[in-house]
Design a protein around this ligand. Structure first.
Ligand SMILES: [Zn+2]
Length: 294
């Protein structure tokens, strides 16, 4: 009887070990499966590849401190164009540091709050703009609405504190025109929500902006003719003024006199100029790559 009881105990112990080990194996497999499911999904094929893709949202509410001077930024960076106000140049060669970006951000006004400009994508930068540029942006949007009743221009982003990181093109923090406080990406929502150069022919607003924005001090910042031979990394900001970018939606305030000269090609044989080339030809900078002002 004692022997049988012992046999029974051994059998029960054996069954317990088998069941326990199977259970453990099952749990381990389940954990592995769950861990696999939690891995980040791959980037979709159709994800934006150009500058509009942010690495970090920047949509916090800014200070509403009134701005009396359109440009007060301390030159906290080695960029020699920062004293040029609306003509300041920020690109892959003319960089700014984080101190500049933080200071500049605090100087801007919220065009959504002040003028009711619609921010179409709150996750892509913030609707912050230099006060002088904001007045002109509001006037420009009203002119567009008057030209095409029922239509509107929305911002997709204006100021960005961070650069962009994306697959094909990258705009590292410190190199983006969106750090200037003079820039907005613009789109008419009637033509969809994507900032896609290949849809140019369908977008009424981009041709209108190209033809009329200079009257309000804005320029097409990255016209096709100045994109250079290829859009590749690092961005092709060459010694003559190529930008390496082609973006029909990216508009930059430079003031009416400079915008008029750039749009009418005063220093480019009558053809639309790039900001870089204009600054070189007018002596505001003496070198683009490498950058210099003396
Ligand atoms: Zn842009």
């Amino acid at each position: 009887m004692a022997l049988r009881r012992k046999d029974l105990f051994v059998i029960i112990a054996f069954v317990f070990v088998v069941v326990a080990s199977n259970t453990f194996a099952f749990l381990a497999l389940a954990a592995a499966f769950i861990a696999t499911e939690e891995e980040p999904a791959p980037m979709p094929e159709s994800s934006p590849t150009l500058e509009q893709l942010p690495s970090l949202s920047d949509n916090t509410t800014p200070s509403s401190t009134p701005i009396t001077n359109s440009y007060r930024t301390a030159t906290t960076s080695g960029n020699c164009t920062l004293g040029l106000g609306p003509l300041m140049l920020i690109n892959y060669n003319f960089r700014v540091n984080n101190d500049f970006i933080a200071t500049r951000r605090s100087e801007l006004v919220n065009v959504a709050e002040r003028y009711g400009v619609i921010e179409g994508n709150p996750y892509n930068g913030a609707p912050l703009l230099d006060a002088e540029a904001a007045v002109h942006l509001n006037d420009m949007i009203k002119a567009y609405q008057a030209a095409y009743p029922g239509h509107n221009l929305e911002t997709r982003s204006c100021f960005r504190s961070r650069g962009t990181s994306c697959g094909r093109l990258c705009m590292p923090t410190g190199t983006s025109d969106h750090h200037t406080g003079y820039t907005c990406d613009l789109i008419d929502p009637a033509y969809g929500t994507e900032l896609d150069t290949s849809h140019l022919s369908h977008h009424l607003e981009w041709q209108w902006l190209k033809d009329n924005s200079y009257k309000y001090g804005f320029i097409d910042r990255f016209p096709a003719a100045w994109a250079g031979s290829s859009m590749s990394e690092p961005l092709n900001v060459d010694a003559n003024g190529s930008t390496g970018l082609y973006e029909t939606w990216h508009y930059r305030y430079v003031g009416i006199p400079a915008a008029t000269a750039i749009a009418t090609g005063q220093y480019n044989n009558g053809a639309y100029d790039s900001l870089e080339h204009y600054l070189l030809k007018t002596g505001k900078v003496t070198g683009l790559n490498p950058p210099s002002c003396d």
